[in-house]
Design a protein around this ligand. Structure first.
Ligand SMILES: [Zn+2]
Ligand SMILES: [Zn+2]
Length: 306
């Protein structure tokens, strides 16, 4: 068995309410099953539901053991951790990995700071679970049981990793929070700082970085990609915020030969009606033009890879 369940797909902030019933209001959390292994990507508010589910359904089979990979430490990706019930259950074993700038505090300090009396009634050292923390860079990890995890730095205002899980000949990849690399140098000859050679170098560097990201999700059976904005919204002042447009994600995934693309990290203001319209619009545009299937992520979705 190789499957992915979506427990949270919202960006920036949980948004419960009547307008987010279909696509969900919880921030990012993915549960990946590779045989008996439990791999969790991100501890956004969606991890609360996953934790309760595990305690209700799996604890009877023995203590819970899981690998948690954090894409980055922005609050929407770690805020659910204090409500992840297994941390209060004796016998639980967790290995939490994620990227931190080396001049920052450790991953344990950043995530654990949420469990201090200032923010929460239980302190980190009062937790019953055994938790090991490891900071992560671009690398390849053999997690055992035939599971390989590769990581790749994405383009976001803080160090952020994409994850590629390979198991039983299939590949699942995440590319959020991420926006395409751009040329950082002036490209307009009328600009007093314009330098043709530097502009060309900047173009080349951005192109190469984007090609590396596409190589990272090449031929993925499932890719979950950041699509917080439409191309129009992105161009109207959202560039540099670290998120992609639907158009970019679809084109890049298609170029990379991705088989199934899930559009993810929905803007908190996006309603169910709007997401449904966007899904129909992009599916309609792609009909007959690609073999890649494209859907907007819905909380609760279960995707089977093998
Ligand atoms: Zn985010
Ligand atoms: Zn972020």
């Amino acid at each position: 068995m190789f499957s992915v369940r979506i427990w949270g797909d919202r960006g920036s902030m949980p948004v419960p309410g009547p307008d987010t019933v279909v696509f969900g209001g919880n921030t990012s959390c993915l549960e990946i099953r590779c045989g008996s292994r439990i791999i969790i990507i991100d501890a956004g508010s969606g991890i609360r539901g996953l934790g309760d589910w595990l305690v209700r359904n799996e604890l009877k089979n023995g203590p819970i053991s899981a690998d948690i990979f954090i894409t980055h430490t922005h609050w929407d990706h770690i805020m659910g951790f204090p409500m992840f019930t297994p941390i209060y259950v004796p016998g639980t074993k967790l290995c939490i990995r994620g990227p931190v700038n080396f001049e920052d505090e450790t991953l344990e300090q950043i995530i654990g700071a949420q469990l201090s009396y200032r923010y929460w009634p239980v302190r980190q050292d009062e937790l019953a679970a055994k938790i090991r923390y490891e900071s992560l860079k671009e690398t390849e990890l053999d997690l055992g049981d035939g599971v390989i995890m590769r990581t790749k730095y994405l383009n976001h205002p803080v160090l952020c990793l994409g994850y590629r899980v390979e198991y039983e000949g299939k590949a699942f990849v995440t590319a959020y929070d991420h926006e395409p690399f751009i040329n950082l140098f002036p490209t307009d000859p009328a600009d007093p700082d314009y330098d043709a050679a530097v502009a060309e170098e900047g173009d080349k560097a951005a192109h190469e970085e984007n090609a590396r990201i596409e190589a990272f999700y090449k031929d993925a059976d499932l890719l979950i990609h950041d699509t917080q904005y439409t191309a129009k919204e992105y161009k109207a002042g959202k560039q540099g915020w670290g998120h992609s447009s639907y158009e970019y994600a679809i084109n890049a995934a298609n170029r990379a030969g991705v088989k199934r693309l899930l559009l993810f990290h929905h803007d908190p203001n996006r309603t169910d009606t709007e997401l449904q319209e966007l899904e129909l619009f992009y599916q309609g545009k792609l009909r007959g033009k690609t073999a890649m299937s494209v859907d907007v992520s819905r909380e609760g979705m279960l995707l089977n890879l093998a």
